[in-house]
Design a binder for this molecule. Structure first.
Ligand code: ASP
Length: 415
């Protein structure tokens, strides 16, 4: 493990634990308001990470194509990546469905009255704005095409940036001489963004400490107790899926689980504390290349795409949450309805943005598909932020293992 990355990971872990302890102390001494004084540091940290995403994704995807050398090579990599995303997301939902049906966290849960009250106006509006399944899938595809690349960058539309970068890459591959200056600039830009990521990581312990204090000082454990069984179900499902992913990672990379977990400690802990796959992306890219030794061109392509559309944790979470809501409302779901949940949760996760709380918004697609009340989202709102931390960690882990998986095939193809 690179020395500086190792130190970063250790510092992040220490600051997370400290943040947790101090957050709880503030909560239980009724001093939660004090968080307001340090909160800006957490906001600045997330803003710094977000600042790098657009130039990094654009330059990385473009350079990954240049390094791959042909559009066909990209196509082959893309197919493997997308295949991996679909299969692992389906497996994640499957784990979720197994645990929620075994544990039945919503059966007998007396939460009915809280439903609507908890769903604040703004959230209710955003939730009901989500269309049906078909509109969502078509919407994602249509929205992936940018009408104005500058607009896509200004609005951090990562999928649009990826599409534009791929098109630029194809043009550059077919016109190597004309594109030479651009290729040089993009190569330099990419290196600069990675250097900037290293610099920002030095600030991560402070940012992460503040984020952790913020979460705990304002909610403590009270919400957790009421929904303990539900949270346990989600976390158990996520843990099983993470173990499965770790198994895939170790077999494809031919390294020990400890090696993988240590190498990915920094991005996983950052994902946990920021609840955003997108904000974590710069750190994920650095560690996958530097710690796991995955080839640059694979990491540069598979990670940004994965951060945007591959969300195993979110898919699992949505399936458990939907069935929990049905159980809490005493609504019996048939096998067909559970199969619909299986499919819609997988697709809704693709549509979810890689930002905090996005999974809760696309939940409405799953609930709508099987006719469950949208108000049910109010039942799980209180613990969403905490579960978001766990599911985002699994989302990022799934992206990392996907990169290992795709890279292992490319290694073979080259031999
Ligand atoms: N916060 C998650 C992520 O960024 C998305 C979600 O809300 O499930 O990966």
């Amino acid at each position: 493990m690179h020395d500086s990355n190792k130190k970063d990971a250790q510092r992040i872990l220490i600051s997370m634990v400290l943040g947790l302890i101090i957050g709880l102390i503030l909560f239980y001494t009724n001093n939660g308001d004090l968080v307001g004084y340090i909160k800006p540091l957490g906001t600045v940290f997330i803003k710094l990470l977000k600042m790098i995403i657009v130039p990094l994704v654009f330059a990385s995807i473009f350079m990954s194509m240049i390094n791959l050398g042909t559009p066909e090579a990209l196509g082959s990599m893309g197919r493997k990546a997308v295949g991996y995303y679909f299969v692992t997301t389906a497996i994640a939902v499957f784990f979720g469905l197994i645990f929620v049906n075994l544990i039945n966290p919503g059966v007998g849960a007396d939460l009915g009255a809280e439903g609507l009250n908890n769903l604040s106006g703004n959230m209710a509006q955003r939730v009901s704005d989500q269309g049906g399944l078909f509109q969502t899938v078509v919407g994602v595809l249509v929205d992936a095409v940018p009408s104005n690349p500058a607009g896509a960058m200004a609005n951090s539309k990562v999928l649009q940036i990826i599409v534009f970068a791929i098109m630029m890459g194809i043009v550059a591959l077919y016109n190597p001489k004309k594109s030479e200056p651009v290729i040089k600039v993009m190569g330099a830009l990419e290196e600069m963004m990675l250097a900037l990521t290293h610099a920002i990581m030095k600030f991560a312990p402070i940012g992460i400490f503040v984020l952790m204090v913020g979460v705990l000082a304002q909610s403590g454990f009270s919400a957790i107790l009421v929904l303990a069984k539900y949270m346990l179900t989600v976390i158990l499902g996520l843990t099983c899926h993470a173990v499965f992913l770790l198994f895939v990672g170790t077999t494809r990379l031919k390294k020990s689980p400890i090696f993988i977990l240590k190498g990915l400690a920094a991005p996983l802990l950052t994902a946990f504390s920021t609840s955003s796959s997108a904000a974590t992306l710069p750190i994920t890219m650095t560690c996958v290349e530097e710690e796991l030794g995955v080839k640059k061109e694979t990491a540069k392509f598979v990670l940004p795409l994965g951060a945007t559309i591959n969300m195993d944790g979110t898919a699992l979470y949505e399936s458990v949450a939907a069935i929990f809501i049905a159980q809490a409302y005493n609504i019996h779901l048939t096998l067909t309805q559970q199969i619909i949940i299986f499919m819609t949760a997988s697709l809704a996760a693709i549509g979810a943005a890689a930002i905090p709380g996005a999974g809760l918004i696309t939940m409405s697609i799953v609930l709508n598909a099987v006719g469950l009340p949208l108000d049910g989202i109010g039942l799980i709102l209180a613990v969403d932020r905490i579960l978001d931390m766990f599911r985002t960690t699994v989302n990022v882990f799934g992206d990392c293992v996907g990169t290992i998986f795709v890279d292992s095939f490319l290694n073979k193809e080259k031999v």
